[in-house]
Design a protein around this ligand. Structure first.
Ligand code: SF4
Length: 403
C-alpha cells in the first residue's frame, strides 16, 4: 500500500539529515491487542487466542531503533502507550521500551509517559509495575459508571472494578485520566449529570468525555443500521454537551479540547502535540507519524496487521508502508483541523512557521467572515480561535472554511 505524492524509500534512513532538525518529539507506541472487540470501536485492535508477546516487543524495540536512526536523537517530551490495550503488556516490556527511548532520544526533564489501561482487576494489578517502569500517567478506559451501559458497550469490567482501579491509580501515579462515553441510547440529561458528578468526584487532573458515535465497520454500525437502537437526537446531544462542560467546570476542569477536560496544567501534553501540529513519531502496527526533516514535513503510516507489520520489521527494520512529503496545502489543512479543536485555538505566527502558509491564505475569506459574524470563530493579530459554539459545529464548518 503506497501513498500518492513524493516518496522516500523506506529501507534507508535519511542519514544526510541527522542532527540538522531539532524539533522536539512526541513518541506513540501502539500495542494492538485487546481481550475482546468492543462493539463501538474502530481502533486498530485485534483479539488473539494467544498474544505473540516476545515477537511484538522485539519488533517494537527494533522499529524504535530504526525510527531513532532515521530522525536523530531529539528532545523527547512525551511517550504514549496506546492501543489496543497496552495494559495487557508486561511491565518489564514497558520498562524495556522506555529504557530504549531514553537512550535513543534526549528525554525532557519533565517527560510525560502515559499508558492506556483497562480497569479489569488483572490489569490494575500491574499498575505498580508500570510506575516502576517509568510510567507517570495512566489513562483508564472506564467508559461508564453504569452497569447496564457497560454491558451495552461490551466492556469486560464492572463499575465497581472501574472505581477501584481509579482509586488504586490515584495512589500510584502522579497524573491520571479516565474516559467516559455519553449520549448513549436512552440517556437523559439528569441521568448523565448524576453519572458525571460521580466521575468528577473520582477524577484527578484530566477526563476525556466522548459522545457515542457510530463508526463504519463496527458491530454498532450493523446494529444501528438495523434499527436495534437509536441515538439521542441532535438537540438532546447538544444539551448533554453543554451539561458536560457545566458539571466539569464546577469541579475545576475546563474543556481545553472538544472532548478533553483538565485542571490547569493537567492537559495531556502528548495529545497537545497532535493538536498543536508538532512533530510526533508512531511505532507499531498502524501507527502514524509527522516528522520534520531538513527537506520538509513527512507523513508516515505503518501496516495495520500485527503479524504483517512484524514481518516487515523483521525483514527491513520498519513496518512503514507509506512515507509521503506533506504538501504546503495539506500542512495548512491539517494544522487547521487540529488547532481549531483546542480552546486556545491557533497561533497565527506559529501556523505560518510550521506550514509555510499565512493563516489568512489557508481559509476561505467569505466563510471566515460569516463564522466570525455568527460568533463561531474569533480572529485577531495573534490567534484564530473557535468559540464554544464554533467547536460544537466544527465538523460542519471546516469543509467550507478550509481551502
Ligand atoms: S478495549 Fe479499547 S481498543 Fe480494545 S476494542 Fe475496546 S475500545 Fe477498542
Amino acid at each position: 500500500m503506497h501513498g500518492r505524492s513524493t516518496k522516500r524509500g523506506v529501507s534507508q534512513p535519511s542519514d544526510a539529515l541527522y542532527g540538522r532538525v531539532m524539533e522536539s518529539l512526541a513518541l506513540y507506541i501502539h500495542w494492538p491487542f485487546c481481550l475482546s472487540k468492543c462493539p463501538y470501536c474502530d481502533f486498530n485492535s485485534h483479539v488473539r487466542a494467544e498474544i505473540p508477546r516476545a515477537r511484538m516487543v522485539a519488533a517494537l524495540r527494533a522499529e524504535l531503533a530504526y525510527e531513532a536512526a532515521r530522525i536523530g536523537g531529539r528532545r523527547l517530551t512525551s511517550i504514549f502507550f496506546g492501543g489496543g490495550t497496552p495494559s495487557l503488556m508486561a511491565p518489564e516490556d514497558v520498562a524495556a521500551l522506555i529504557g530504549d527511548a531514553a537512550r535513543l532520544f534526549t528525554p525532557a526533564a519533565d517527560i510525560e509517559i502515559t499508558l492506556e489501561a483497562n480497569p479489569t482487576s488483572i490489569e490494575a494489578g500491574r499498575f505498580a509495575g508500570y510506575a516502576e517502569a517509568g510510567v507517570n500517567r495512566v489513562s483508564i478506559g472506564v467508559q461508564s459508571l453504569d452497569e447496564a451501559a457497560l454491558r451495552f458497550l461490551g466492556r469486560e469490567h464492572t463499575a465497581g472494578q472501574a472505581q477501584a482501579a481509579i482509586e488504586l491509580a490515584r495512589g500510584i501515579f502522579p497524573r491520571l485520566s479516565f474516559d467516559l462515553i455519553y449520549a448513549r441510547p436512552g440517556q437523559d440529561e439528569a441521568g448523565w449529570r448524576a453519572e458525571l458528578r460521580t466521575a468528577l468526584g473520582l477524577a484527578a487532573d484530566h477526563l476525556s468525555l466522548y459522545q457515542l458515535t457510530i463508526e463504519p465497520g463496527t458491530k454498532f454500525a450493523t446494529l444501528y443500521g438495523r434499527g436495534a437502537f437509536a441515538l439521542p437526537e441532535d438537540g438532546l446531544a447538544a444539551a448533554l454537551y453543554d451539561a458536560t462542560a457545566e458539571e466539569a467546570a464546577r469541579f475545576g476542569l475546563a474543556a481545553y479540547e472538544i472532548s478533553n477536560y483538565a485542571r490547569p496544567g493537567g492537559e495531556s501534553r502528548h495529545n497537545l502535540a497532535y493538536w498543536r501540529y508538532q512533530d510526533y513519531a508512531g511505532i507499531g502496527p498502524g501507527a502514524h507519524g509527522r516528522i520534520t526533516l531538513a527537506d520538509g514535513l513527512w507523513a508516515t503510516s505503518r501496516h495495520r496487521g500485527p503479524e504483517a507489520w512484524a514481518d516487515l520489521v523483521e525483514t527491513r527494520g520498519t513496518g512503514i508502508t507509506v512515507e509521503d512529503a506533506v504538501s504546503a496545502q495539506d500542512r495548512a489543512r491539517e494544522a487547521l483541523l487540529m488547532g481549531l479543536r483546542l480552546a486556545e485555538g491557533i497561533d497565527c505566527a506559529g501556523f505560518e512557521r510550521r506550514t509555510g502558509t499565512r493563516l489568512k491564505d489557508a481559509v476561505d475569506a467569505g466563510v471566515l467572515r460569516d463564522c466570525v459574524d455568527a460568533g463561531y470563530l474569533t480572529l485577531d493579530e495573534r490567534r484564530l480561535v473557535a468559540t464554544v459554539e464554533g467547536r460544537k459545529r466544527l465538523d460542519a464548518l471546516l469543509p467550507a472554511l478550509v481551502k
